[in-house]
Design a protein around this ligand. Structure first.
Ligand code: ATP
Length: 246
């Protein structure tokens, strides 16, 4: 992998809660303009990984470099300023604020404030339904619209790398399609994306490359489309015994 276009470089990461580490020796890279998935079952450590990348959890070992500089010593708001922006599991929007107020909350650092109106136009053109509902309380939106709002709020912070924690969680399949269509459009616009998912099939189809996280360690990695056909993935995660031709 070419070092020059590496946006995120995670090496030997150890992190967790209290004394027992959840993540052990995790190595993950994201190149510029790349969509990378980290897939794994319930409790594998996916959320712990994204919380550590965004500075909400302090790692107990290893390193995280973003755009060539260590960020694992920085507080969360400084990491956002550098361009690594997190969309948390469960959206975490503010229900008693309007859609537009939620979006403005994403543009709190100086550069984002300067670009606020241009960014808002971009978010509204990506999500016309948010524009229609801009003065509505965010808590009145559907689950899918709240997910779009959480992504839109993150886009207001001018990300170079967007990290998404289980964007499909709790959504109907047709709405998940819409969310992944947005992810695809962002990637085509040149944004790098790191998505963690339990919906393994969906994430592997969307990703250029993917890692499998099991019990806090990376056990497999490869091209997303290749991993879908891997017999171990098919048997353990997709509930399929053989490849389509087999
Ligand atoms: P899920 O899909 O259920 O969110 P995950 O892969 O994101 O799973 P994590 O949420 O990172 O997994 O959890 C990894 C491990 O860390 C689990 O064993 C979980 O019980 C533990 N854990 C998560 N949050 C905490 C916490 N706040 N305090 C202590 N242990 C935690």
């Amino acid at each position: 992998m070419k070092q020059a276009n590496k946006l995120l470089c995670v090496e030997g990461l150890q992190s967790g809660y209290g004394t027992a580490p959840v993540l052990r020796d995790v190595c993950v890279d994201v190149l510029e303009r790349e969509c990378v998935a980290v897939v794994g079952s319930n409790g594998a450590g996916k959320t712990t990984l994204l919380r550590t990348l965004s500075g909400l959890l302090r790692p107990s070992g290893g390193s995280i470099a973003f755009r060539g500089q260590r960020i694992d010593v920085l507080p969360p708001h400084k990491i956002v300023e550098r361009g690594l922006v997190h969309v948390p599991e469960g959206r975490r929007i503010w229900p008693r604020m309007t859609v537009e107020e939620n979006l403005f909350m994403g543009a709190y650092h100086a550069r984002a404030r300067r670009e606020r109106s241009r960014r808002l136009d971009e978010v509204y053109s990506l999500f016309p339904r948010l524009k229609e509902r801009r003065l509505q309380w965010a808590g009145t939106l559907s689950g899918g619209e709240q997910q779009m709002l959480a992504i839109g709020r993150a886009l207001m912070a001018c990300p170079a790398l967007l990290t998404l924690d289980e964007p499909s969680l709790g959504l109907a399949p047709v709405v998940v399609d819409e969310v992944y269509e947005v992810i695809n459009r962002l990637r085509q616009s040149g944004m790098a994306i790191l998505v963690v998912e339990q919906d393994i099939s969906r994430a592997l189809q969307a990703a250029d490359r993917a890692y499998v996280l099991e019990n806090g360690t990376i056990t497999m990695e490869g091209l997303g489309k290749e991993l879908i056909d891997d017999p171990r993935i098919r048997a353990s995660y997709l509930g399929l015994e053989q490849t389509a031709g087999g």
